[in-house]
Design a protein around this ligand. Sequence first.
Ligand code: MG
Length: 225
Amino acid sequence: MERECTAHQGVSCLSDARPQGAVVLFDGTDFSRWQHRGSGAAVQWELADGAMTVVPGTGDILSLDNFADAFLHLEFRVPDMPEAKGQAKGNSGVFLQGRYEIQVLDSYGWEVPGKGDCGAIYNQYAPLVNACRPPLQWQTYDIVFRAARAGDGGAVSEPARVTVLHNGQVIHNNVVLHGPTGGAMAGDVGAPGPLRLQDHRNRVQYRNVWLVHLPVSGSDVYGPQ
Ligand code: MG
């Protein structure tokens, strides 16, 4: 599903074209790289028109692929729920490694979004700016994630960090995460984890999900002259 960079359909140009080496987690055709969280059973979300839609009550889903440091891209669309308020308005979430939630919500038009609004690192960091589009428009997250470093005993020597662009605007600039967010999956924070998409009982949609596994570091020698 390669796209030209024309900003059509409300999608930012930043990562419409996948980088070489990207692992496509969802291209709109099937759930072959996903499972139901908890049971490991088949995903029960809807699949239509190149997108997946949360079916309320069917549970969160996890990518089969786990990742450590990574560059991720996805697109999401929140439903139009004019009567709903706050956390009940188009809520879902993108959990990095199953443990750090970047909020998905209809926060369009808020002058000063808070720590629970769209783009927030849930209850840790509000987005720097409100980059939201109105409901029913496709939006993008581009995420550069640096996983936590931990020793054999699980002690964290370096917490995770994340930079997030929302519709091409920087909303988190290399922030240090204060550990997993609420509702995180159990486990060693130094271990790789899946991408997790949240069923918060609203019919949020996702499409065009991919990631690039990043090396932990580059070479430690001076390059060729
Ligand atoms: Mg959420």
